[in-house]
Design a protein around this ligand. Structure first.
Ligand code: RB5
Length: 152
């Protein structure tokens, strides 16, 4: 898969292992930074990764910050994007099976690297079975998005 990866300074120490894991799994990584511990605003790197998703240059995005929260807010601002903040494998599996999430937000702080690797693995390798009840609910998210667009 082509994966757009973005992080802020809080995840700078963890990111090289995440990128290496993705490459080892034969994924193509579109690296949107940052690779230094110098403070960077998470919306800036996240936006680059999300633009790649919108343009069709990436199949999935992985966004990592201290809590994963800020990144998830940004990920969910983009039309058609369902960004799931996952702190365990169960939420990663459900995000795919029930919500067809296409963007994964991760927490770097107070999180074991191996746990984040397992979450990534689960997220990337779980397919959306496409059950009608889940499709209907996802379509309702899109409908809300469209109604809000019309209000502008
Ligand atoms: C940076 O200190 C921190 O605020 C950021 O990484 C993230 O946790 C924001 O949601």
């Amino acid at each position: 898969m082509r994966i757009a990866m973005a992080n802020d300074h809080a995840a700078a120490a963890m990111r090289s292992e995440l990128v290496a894991f993705l490459k080892k799994g034969n994924h193509e990584v579109l690296d949107c930074g940052t690779d230094t511990p110098d403070p960077v605003d998470y919306p800036d790197t996240a936006e680059k990764a999300m633009e790649a998703m919108l343009d069709g240059r990436a199949d999935r995005a992985i966004l990592v910050c201290g809590t994963g929260l800020g990144m998830s807010y940004v990920g969910n601002k983009f039309p058609g994007m369902r960004c799931a903040l996952c702190t365990d494998e169960y939420s990663a599996r459900m995000a795919r099976e029930h919500n067809d999430a296409n963007v994964l937000a991760l927490r770097a702080r107070r999180m074991d690297i191996d746990q984040n690797l397992r979450i990534i693995d689960t997220f990337l390798n779980t397919r959306f079975p496409g059950e009608a009840r889940h499709k209907k609910r996802i379509a309702k998210i899109a409908a809300i998005e469209n109604r809000l667009k019309e209000r502008k």
